[in-house]
Design a protein around this ligand. Structure first.
Ligand SMILES: [Mg+2]
Length: 104
C-alpha cells in the first residue's frame, strides 16, 4: 500500500520516534479540527477542511508506518493490515448496530 513498508524500512526512525511523531500529527489534526469547527480560542487559526484531510492522512501514514515496523516483511504487513482492519471494523460495525438497536 503506497510503499509504506519499503519507506518505513528506508527511514531509520525507531518505533519510539514514530510513536512520538504520531502524537505530533494527532495534535496537528486536533488543531485543524478545532479551528474548522470554530472551537473557542481556536477559530482564529483559519484552518480549512482541506487541512483536516491532510492532517488525517499524515496521522494515518505514521500509524501505518508503526504497523509496518512491527512486521518483518511486506507480505506480513499487508496481511496483518487486512486482518486487523477487518477485525476492528467488524467490531466497530457491531457497536454501531447495537447503538442503533438501543435507540429504537
Ligand atoms: Mg501534519
Amino acid at each position: 500500500m503506497f510503499q509504506i513498508f519499503e519507506l518505513t524500512q528506508d527511514d531509520p526512525k525507531t518505533l519510539q520516534e514514530r510513536t512520538l511523531k504520531l502524537s505530533e500529527e494527532a495534535g496537528e489534526l486536533a488543531q485543524a479540527v478545532l479551528s474548522v469547527t470554530k472551537a473557542p480560542g481556536s477559530a482564529y487559526k483559519n484552518h480549512s477542511i482541506e487541512d483536516v484531510r491532510e492532517e488525517a492522512v499524515d496521522a494515518t501514514i505514521v500509524a501505518l508506518s508503526i504497523l509496518a515496523q512491527a512486521c518483518s516483511s511486506r507480505s506480513e504487513f499487508e496481511s496483518e493490515l487486512e486482518r486487523l482492519m477487518s477485525e476492528k471494523c467488524g467490531k466497530w460495525r457491531e457497536k454501531v448496530l447495537e447503538q442503533e438497536a438501543s435507540a429504537e
